[in-house]
Structures are given as C-alpha cells and as structure tokens.
Design a protein around this ligand. Structure first.
Ligand SMILES: NC(=O)c1ccc[n+]([C@@H]2O[C@H](COP(=O)([O-])OP(=O)(O)OC[C@H]3O[C@@H](n4cnc5c(N)ncnc54)[C@H](OP(=O)(O)O)[C@@H]3O)[C@@H](O)[C@H]2O)c1
Length: 268
C-alpha cells in the first residue's frame, strides 16, 4: 500500500477505484478533464503511471496502490481520502474482476478473494463514503456492476452473482440516501474492451480476442454522465447492449444460463 502526501486545491475531489486500467482509468481521466482532483487506486504499480497521465490533464492526484480484497487495503484507500481533509464530491467503486472456468476446477481461495473484492470491498468502502457524504449532505456515488448482474453466469459461476449483489446494493443505498443529498448510480457495462476477460482467463472462450466489445471510453462516458445527472442506473455500451438488457427482463433465467454457458465455456 502506498500514497503520496495530499495537497489542497479549490477543485472538487473524486475517488476512483480500479483507476489503473480499463473502465476505471477512463472514468478517472474524465474526472481530471472535468476539473476534479483525484484519489486514484489500483492493485498494481500501474496506478503511478496512470496518476501521472491524470496530472497532465490538470488534476492533483493521490495514487494509492492497495489490494481491495484485503480489509487493510480498503482502509488505506479511505485513509488517503480522509487525510486530504477535503469533502469527497464523487466516489466511483469500480475495481472488480472475474474468474473463468468450471466451478469443479476453479480455486476456492481465488473465488473467496473475488467475493472479497467485488462484494465485501464495495460494502466496506460504501460505508465510509456514504457516512462522509451524508454528513456533508452532498455527493455522488457511481458503483460499477455489470450486465452479468441480470443473468446466471455459468463458467463465471461466482462473478455474475457478485455483480447482482453490487447492483441491488447500489439501488438499495440509492433509496436510503435520497433524503441525505447523496445520489447513487449503478453502471451496468456489457462486454467491454479492457484486460478484464484476459485476466479472468477467458481467452479461449467466445469472450476472447475475436469478440466485438464496447469501447471502455464510451462506457466510462455513459457512467460519468449518468452519475452527474443522478440517474439510478445506466447500461454501458452500444444499442445492441441496451437491447440485451431489455431482453434479459423477459427471458427465463434457465435460457440465459444456457446461452452464457455456450459463450463462457472454454473451447476444447
Ligand atoms: N470489461 C468488461 O467486459 C466488464 C463488463 C461488465 C462489468 N465490468 C466491471 O467493470 C469493472 C472494471 O473492469 P475493467 O473492465 O475495467 O477491468 P480491468 O481492465 O481488468 O481493470 C480492473 C481494475 O481493477 C483493479 N483491481 C483488480 N483487482 C484488484 C484488487 N484485488 N484490489 C484493487 N484493485 C484491483 C485493477 O488494478 P490493476 O490493473 O492495478 O491490477 C484495475 O485497475 C469491474 O468491476 C468489472 O466487474 C467489466
């Protein structure tokens, strides 16, 4: 875990987790370009290069390298925010990952680590962020879930349920915080062009290199805009992705499960 000394400025402050890559990197860049300073987090040392890029866009950035699957890692992120002494105007709880493969073969500790990141860290950080923003009677929270929250996800057996939790948690929190001056927006990206599928070990599936995916920059823009507008949720991606979301309301769970299994099952 590491962070740099906070500095003060007249700009609003935003927290973005998973800002070292993918959708989170693009979101952090949007905040920088829209006049925010940042506490930007990543698991790897890449967060330091990312921070340098956001600074070129005019932001003061506090990079925090921390494992959010770890309780102390989440606390380190919150301490970096707290140490600024500044009100948090926006918080994006975005870091997350998947694990591909048959549940009979995947590693239990790895899956418990996924739950620690995708579920536990979101609740943990949201507790700190929500209380802070409610006390200030101001703030915007964006929580990255997934289109996978709307179906069973065989061969990513634990991932879809983890994002379903995130989605319902965000929508519940939104309702509770309505009277406190704080908005909560859920981002539901469809398949997006980032390192996500490769890191999950999905290279040998329909989600591998050949698949047409949504632009991470577009998904980030949609999330950013929805968050600023205080919307409940937004589907991230093109019109086909948005249509899939609508279809998922009427298709039986069993049919969606069979379709996802065909796409996510490793090819022989
Ligand atoms: N890409 C998609 O198709 C897709 C679709 C729907 C939803 N999503 C959701 O979008 C979010 C972002 O995914 P992405 O596509 O941008 O993936 P990505 O390119 O793999 O980026 C993931 C980010 O999360 C960070 N991270 C991973 N494990 C972490 C840990 N244990 N502790 C702290 N940070 C950690 C990574 O840090 P390092 O890079 O420094 O390791 C990176 O910044 C995830 O929550 C994912 O569930 C993605």
């Amino acid at each position: 875990m590491s962070s740099t000394t906070p500095r003060s400025s007249g700009r609003p402050l935003a927290l973005v987790t998973g800002a070292s890559a993918g959708i989170g990197y693009e979101l952090a860049r949007l905040f920088a370009r829209h006049g925010y300073d940042l506490v930007a987090t990543g698991r790897s040392g890449n967060i330091h290069q990312a921070a340098a890029a956001f600074e070129k866009d005019g932001a003061q950035v506090i990079p925090v390298q921390a494992d959010l699957a770890d309780y102390d890692g989440v606390e380190a992120v919150w301490q970096a925010v707290h140490a600024t002494g500044r009100p948090l105007a926006a918080a994006v709880l975005n870091a997350g990952r998947s694990i591909a493969g048959s549940f009979l073969d995947t590693d239990l500790d790895d899956e418990l680590g996924l739950i620690a990141l995708n579920v536990t860290s979101v609740v943990h950080l949201a507790k700190r962020v929500a209380r802070h923003m409610a006390a200030n009677r101001s703030g915007r929270i964006l929580i990255t879930s997934s289109l996978s929250a709307t179906l069973p996800t065989p061969y990513e057996t634990v991932y879809g349920p983890s994002r379903a939790f995130t989605r319902m948690f965000a929508l519940a929190l939104r309702e509770e915080l309505k009277g406190h001056g704080v908005s909560v927006t859920t981002l539901l990206p469809g398949a997006t062009d980032s390192d996500f599928h490769a890191r999950a070990g999905m290279g040998n599936t329909a989600f591998g290199a050949g698949m047409k995916k949504n632009s991470r920059a577009q998904v980030a823009r949609q999330g950013f805009k929805a968050m600023l507008a205080g919307r409940a949720q937004v589907v991230g991606g093109d019109s086909a992705t948005k249509l899939t979301y609508v279809k998922h309301h009427i298709l039986p769970e069993t049919r969606k499960a069979a379709r996802h299994a065909r796409m996510a099952k490793p090819r022989p």
